[in-house]
Design a protein around this ligand. Structure first.
Ligand code: ZN
Length: 489
């Protein structure tokens, strides 16, 4: 990470908006306007009965579809963008806030498609603020207790926080990987054993407010199909790991997204059929023990051998079945032991935002990793990076997600690392931005209202000092973030 972006970020964060507000026309500070809109109903203009507008002039729009749109005016009212186009001077009234953003860049708020608010409850309360600080205005929580997630979303309804879309628990098989037995692994999963429990579980999740479902690795193939049917019945998108008793080309097409690129390597091996038979026998024959141990045993036994037996023709056949299934590679997670984000120059200042207890815990893990570094195998990390170009060539959609806070993922900060890794893997800067804006909106069927800067869309915006289309690292040059129509200060 280059030092200059860190410096600018800090500078921008400490003096938001000061240098680009036009004092003559500004009737309130941004902070007052934000608080006013967040906590009370915005004061309406008595002449027009309209809520005050935020008008951003002369800004360069970073459009994930069209690229750079220079010198536009963007008008925000309440939580929506109401106008994007040439500067229209008639639009401003006295109660509006006008910002001159000459030379600056406005990007749609980013999504992190893979987060876990409940993975480390010492961090849960800090996560919303951190997401917003880094411009992550929407997240998909891909596994956790549905009641707690629903309560969290409710509690944050009127607070500065990202939009939260959640799945509830990991829907697993007879053995559950995250069953809560080991205190270091939270109880994120539940057992689903047959068609009836699949239907009941998905129905209950829908009632509890879940936006999609998340299927996990030890689910039986018949139950997987039942869950797919139930999700269809209740109109819920599916995020899934590839169940170990299936292959990516069989399970994947039924899902809206698949996570971590994990177990795709098992389907891309020349001997995929033999590996599948072995896994099915191992799972069927497993009668006692921990789901976590069963899964890691299979990963250990098959992952590296499968990558060593990679067959491009076979893999192309697999990838060609996934052109409607978003892959969320979580490259940041897959490469954490190899690329060591904690050695980046901007890591220490980002990590200071973590609660002390979490920071100490992470530091202990970093010390342990350093001690073991010679024995760490990087085959899957390298394969994950390699696969990005293959996905792009075969037209498989890619979404940006981090799995934060798992694997030392600092909320918000780690999404920018993910964007950099996607670009390093072969995506253009525009494709990477698309993967964190339009693609996640599409997963939830929200692409008409989120993901771009257009009239009628959500006012989730990031004002940047530098152009991220030129260099993806500039996504970190944040001056200010707007979430649901209010600036986050
Ligand atoms: Zn996860």
């Amino acid at each position: 990470m280059k030092e200059h972006t860190t410096t600018k970020r800090t500078r921008g964060a400490s003096t938001p908006a000061k240098n680009f507000m036009r004092p003559r026309l500004v009737t309130k500070t941004l902070l007052t306007v934000s608080l006013c809109c967040a906590l009370l109903a915005c004061v309406k203009n008595p002449d027009t009965e309209e809520s005050p507008k935020t008008i951003i002039n002369n800004v360069n729009i970073v459009d994930p579809v069209k690229g750079l749109l220079a010198q536009r005016q963007v008008v925000v009212q309440e939580d929506k963008i109401v106008y994007v186009g040439p500067i229209d001077k008639t639009k401003a009234v006295d109660s509006d806030t006008i910002i001159d953003a000459t030379g600056q860049f406005l990007m749609p708020g980013l999504w992190d498609m893979h987060v876990h608010f409940l993975y480390d409850e010492a961090l849960t309360d800090t996560m919303p603020e951190l997401f917003l600080r880094y411009g992550v205005t929407s997240v998909r929580d891909t596994g956790g207790d549905v009641k707690k997630l629903s309560a969290l979303r409710e509690a944050l309804k009127d607070a500065p926080a990202p939009r939260i879309y959640f799945s509830g628990p990991l829907l697993d098989g007879e053995f559950v990987v995250y069953d809560g037995t080991d205190p270091s692994r939270p109880p994120l999963g539940v057992r689903v054993l047959n068609a009836e429990s699949a239907m009941n579980t998905v129905s209950a999740l829908k009632t509890a407010g879940a936006d999609f479902i998340k299927i996990y690795e030890l689910v039986a193939p018949a139950t997987y199909n039942s869950l797919v049917a139930a999700a269809k019945e209740f109109d819920m998108p599916i995020a899934s790991h590839v169940p170990l008793m299936m292959t990516a080309d069989v399970a994947g097409p039924a899902a809206g997204s698949m996570e971590h690129l994990r177990n795709i390597e098992l389907a891309c091996a020349a001997n995929w059929q033999e590996l599948l038979t072995q896994r099915q026998a191992a799972i069927t024959g497993f009668t006692e023990g921990l789901g976590y141990a069963l899964r890691s045993g299979l990963h250990t036994a098959q992952r590296v051998p499968a990558i060593n037996a990679y067959d491009e023709t076979r893999c192309n056949e697999v990838l060609d079945t996934l052109t409607n299934t978003i892959q969320v590679p979580t490259l940041r997670l897959n490469t954490v032991l190899m690329l060591k984000p904690f050695e980046r120059p901007d890591w220490p200042s980002a990590a200071t935002a973590l609660p002390q207890k979490v920071l100490e815990n992470w530091q202990a893990r970093i010390t342990m990793l350093e001690a073991n570094r010679l024995t760490i195998d990087h085959t899957f990390a390298n394969w994950s990076q390699f696969l990005i170009a293959r996905l792009l060539e075969r037209g498989v959609p890619i979404g940006a997600g981090t799995d934060t806070p798992i694997g030392l993922g600092i909320p918000g900060y780690s999404l920018h690392t993910e964007l950099e890794l996607l670009v390093a893997g072969g995506m253009s800067t525009k494709q990477a931005i698309y993967s964190a804006t339009v693609t996640p909106a599409k997963f939830l069927g929200l692409e008409e209202t989120m993901g771009q800067i257009k009239a009628g869309m959500a006012a989730d915006l990031i004002l940047l000092s530098e152009n991220p289309l030129e260099n993806i690292e500039h996504s970190r040059s944040i001056i200010n973030v707007m979430s649901r129509g209010s600036w986050v200060d």
